[in-house]
Design a protein around this ligand. Sequence first.
Ligand SMILES: [Zn+2]
Ligand SMILES: [Zn+2]
Length: 164
Amino acid sequence: MNCPACGALMVEEDFGGVQVDVCKNGCKGIWFDWQELIRLNEEHEGAGNALEEALKSPRVNDAGREPLNCPKCGMAMHAHKYSSAKEVSVDECYGCGGFFLDSGELREIRDNYMSEEERDAYVQKLLDETPEYKQMEEETRQLRAKAGRKFGKVLRRTIFLPIP
Ligand SMILES: [Zn+2]
Ligand SMILES: [Zn+2]
């Protein structure tokens, strides 16, 4: 699979017991499948070094960037704000449910991390306001919401990583 941001070939890596695709040879972005996210064991602290690698990378300038196309299904991805306080966005594919995390965004995310309550409210807001989510079967919607919350937890972990 090729990186949606820079086009480099991505490498599969273990991430706390699940597989993620890491842009090791390019921008260090990380791709998460929602099916993998919901299997993520939260007790598992070892997240591989993908997050640390991403944290070391400079922030990509994605202002005014065209929407990324999903590397899995080709649909245009939706960038949404992770935090209202700062311009931190994550890219999500409403088609296949993947998340792409740009390298360098972690830095900002860790400065603006949300509490569990804020994060749950945020995921709920997305579910309520996103037309693509509204059209899904209830069961799928709930699973996607779960993946979204897990993704938030992954991001929160980065606040414990040392600043390179
Ligand atoms: Zn890349
Ligand atoms: Zn997709």
